[in-house]
Unconditional design. Sequence first.
Length: 144
Amino acid sequence: MIKKIITSSPAETYQFGKNLANKLKGGETMGLIGNLGSGKTTLVKGLAKGLGIKQTITSPTFVLMKVYKTKHKTIKQLVHVDCYRVPGIELETIGLSDYLNQPDTVVAIEWAEKIPKKFKMTIKLQFKTKNKSNERFIKLIKLL
Ligand SMILES: Nc1ncnc2c1ncn2[C@@H]1O[C@H](COP(=O)(O)OP(=O)(O)OP(=O)(O)O)[C@@H](O)[C@H]1O
Ligand SMILES: [Mg+2]
């Protein structure tokens, strides 16, 4: 399944993420791919809102991974990972594998293209920007 949308503001990307939360079953690994400032974190913020997370989502660029408890019925936690600066080995150290394919967990990974192929994504989200405009082309591909 492929879905393509164009958003014109951060609010629209946020809303797209929020709507996406309703479609998740749990156990998904979402790879978010796209340049700096293309809207990956903005989408995760919306996703978190849709899952009923009250905390503020901040970019995990320096801590690599953050785990948030949700208020969702079946999905109990959202794991937000940022691989911008991460070699694969660090993902082993921080225990990412423990969170993958767990029915009560959704994992969202920014810069997923930088990590080893053995971390299988079930959903890929590609972000593209055009010039300096606020438009973001977002392509969602369901892989599994
Ligand atoms: N349509 C849009 N959707 C999302 N963000 C937008 C949009 N238009 C403009 N922006 C701006 O682009 C930036 C997106 O930032 P965000 O942190 O979400 O990107 P990112 O892909 O996570 O970047 P990084 O790779 O640095 O983590 C924000 O400054 C936001 O205000
Ligand atoms: Mg980000």
